[in-house]
Ligand binder design. Sequence first.
Ligand code: ZN
Length: 231
Amino acid sequence: MIKEAVVNKKNGHNLNVFSFEDIGDDHIYTGLETPMKKDAFKRSDTEKKQRIALLFEEIMDVMGLDLTDDSLKGTPERVAKMYIDEIFSGLNQANKPKIALFDNKYQYNQMLVEKNISFYSNCEHHFVPIYGKAHVAYISSGKVIGLSKLNRIVQYYSKRPQVQERLTNQIAEDLKNILETEDVAVIIDAKHLCVSSRGIKDESSATVTSYYGGQFNNASKIAELQNYLKD
Ligand SMILES: [Zn+2]
């Protein structure tokens, strides 16, 4: 059934035939860049934490929670600190891992696969966790990076409100830039708590997304990679 166009009265955005609720539950992906305001970093981290704590206290208060309770009274500050310093720290480019490139002195020119990189992210439509494993592969164009850096790049982009498609592509695009090659592959296999713990309440489904660049757009390379990913 086709729904009528919903127009957001505040800024006049036409959402085609979808409501905001549909977009959230269907996890529609709108672009490679995380949508950020121009003045996103005008406030310092300290100011952001103070403001978030006040606003989160308000949310708890509106829900009727007793903020004088010993167990609850520190929650607004804890949430604010967790948002800025931990789970959404990847919004700030200042927290991007510093990556050093090395010459490929072993002349290793086959694919390198770093598999089963655990990550925790959060769905940008519901602000509940997305978690799973990322598998990253590349073929060196003459430069290599430390293995733990592959891990750090995955963690950095995970620490944003995300959709899985964007997370996959942001990791791949950054690796292509760093490694100066198109020959990069990223596969993410993840669980979305907004799917398993609410909404459709499907406990068993998982979502797999992939990016195959350059030489990875080749059936034999994909088969080789899939073979390495078998446990
Ligand atoms: Zn969601």
